[in-house]
Design a protein around this ligand. Structure first.
Ligand SMILES: Cc1cc2nc3c(=O)[nH]c(=O)nc-3n(C[C@H](O)[C@H](O)[C@H](O)COP(=O)(O)OP(=O)(O)OC[C@H]3O[C@@H](n4cnc5c(N)ncnc54)[C@H](O)[C@@H]3O)c2cc1C
Length: 389
């Protein structure tokens, strides 16, 4: 099927509406949150009330039934406006696991309540401290006992858990030495956070480089009702993987938003700041790195739209989604460096917001997937080279 890039006029109304909402949450808002390590509650509420966080929920369940293309534009605009989608993006892409593998009863029970903002499903617990990127080796177990699963183990970097009513949990239901493939025997569960906190789940916040609410989570004989299993037992890794292409594409869009923010900020400062009797942006040593970053942001954006269009057309998009994530994360980091350098010493002053966005965009080289793992994916699955890990 020939791919057409989304028409910009179709999406200009989305961009304008998200920009208007973001204008109520200016740089000072995000700066204060960063200084006080607080969660952007008012922003997330406003985004939910306006329906943007329900973009990917089908209309039958009270959402707007938009595609990843539109969702990516929403997140891009938030980051482009100086905000940080990391506080709420999980709600968009966690949805895909439930949408693809959840039962009609689960979807009917949960999705309309997420769409109205009554509950949040912002959190997904996959990563573990001892196994890291080697996900299929994770050690958290869920053992079926009658009409319940009993969960024991530990997760790390479980984000937004303290601002979420539901968490998606990946745990091993069949021991590794009893499965044919290591990706088998893992299952996905819906965890009611408030219930779990009273019954065997402990949460310990991790202080980190950015204002990101993320945690260590411990499970000590946590009981989950069997009806909270999503899809088939043992197929959970596949469900998570299927959702990752949307996640990669949406994260790419956030990077692109950041990239534009850095370029715009650097251009404005480069025009205004006069040293040695001329604007610093007149010097090629300042101008060219900004131009180079801009070109890379624009190129990454095209790959993002290609990945999103394939995804929305129901076509395979693993290669494009991964490539978009890598290109966009590199481009935003390049733009961040150009912007910081352009600002000289003032780039380090919190009131310019450059150092905050610089820290925020650095994360995308590591999470939700590190750049090396994307290169390994492209080497193996796109180019057919031997598996390197
Ligand atoms: C702020 C933040 C929020 C996060 N939120 C979540 C969340 O909500 N839910 C969740 O489940 N996880 C979350 N994560 C975890 C994130 O997905 C992982 O940090 C990431 O996948 C990398 O895993 P790791 O940190 O264990 O690194 P490791 O797997 O230990 O890797 C460390 C480094 O070694 C490299 N490396 C490892 N193996 C190879 C190899 N074979 N070849 C080449 N290089 C290799 C990696 O690329 C990386 O650079 C979050 C992380 C952070 C920092």
């Amino acid at each position: 099927m020939p791919l057409t890039l989304p028409s910009t006029t179709d999406h200009e109304d989305i961009r304008e509406a998200v920009r208007a909402l973001c204008a109520d949450f200016p740089a000072e808002y995000w700066r204060t949150l960063d200084e006080t390590a607080a969660y952007p509650e008012a922003f997330v509420d406003a985004l939910t009330k306006a329906g943007w966080l329900a973009a990917l929920i089908p209309q039958d369940y009270g959402g707007s039934g938009l595609g990843v293309t539109e969702a990516s534009i929403i997140l891009e605009e938030i980051n482009r406006a100086g905000g940080n989608s990391g506080a709420c993006h999980g709600q968009m892409y966690n949805m895909s696991t439930l949408l693809r593998a959840g039962s009609p009863e689960q979807k009917q029970r949960i999705l309309p309540r997420i769409a109205t903002g009554e509950i949040r499903m912002q959190s997904m617990a996959v990563t573990e401290p001892t196994t890291g990127s080697d996900t299929t080796k994770l050690k958290t177990t869920a053992v079926k006992q009658g009409d319940r699963y009993v969960v024991n183990g530990q997760k790390v970097w479980t984000s937004r858990l303290q601002h979420s009513d539901l968490m998606i949990l990946l745990a091993r239901t069949t021991p590794l030495d009893q499965v044919k493939k290591k990706s088998h025997g893992l299952s996905v569960f819906l965890v009611d956070v408030a219930e779990a906190m009273k019954a065997g789940m402990t949460v310990r916040p991790i202080r980190n480089m950015v204002n990101h609410e993320t945690n260590e989570v411990f499970f000590d004989a946590l009981e989950i009702p069997a009806e909270n299993l999503i899809g088939q037992e043992g197929e959970g890794f596949r469900y998570i993987l299927e959702g990752l292409n949307a996640e990669r594409t949406l994260i790419a869009a956030e990077c692109i938003g950041d990239g534009h923010w850095f370029v715009d900020k650097a251009v404005a400062y480069g025009r205004d700041r006069v040293v040695f009797g001329r604007p610093i942006g007149q010097n090629q040593g300042i101008q060219f790195p900004i131009a180079q970053a801009h070109i890379h942001v624009e190129a990454a954006s095209l790959m993002r739209f290609k990945a999103a269009a394939l995804h929305d057309a129901g076509q395979p998009c693993g290669a494009e989604a991964n490539m978009a994530k890598l290109l966009a994360a590199n481009a935003s980091w390049e733009a961040a460096n150009a912007c910081l350098q352009t600002h000289g010493g003032f780039g380090f002053a919190a009131e310019y917001d450059v150092e905050r966005k610089f820290r925020e965009t650095r994360l995308y080289q590591v999470a939700p997937i590190s750049s090396n793992l994307i290169l390994a994916y492209v080497g193996e699955h796109v180019l057919g080279l031997p598996r390197s890990y």
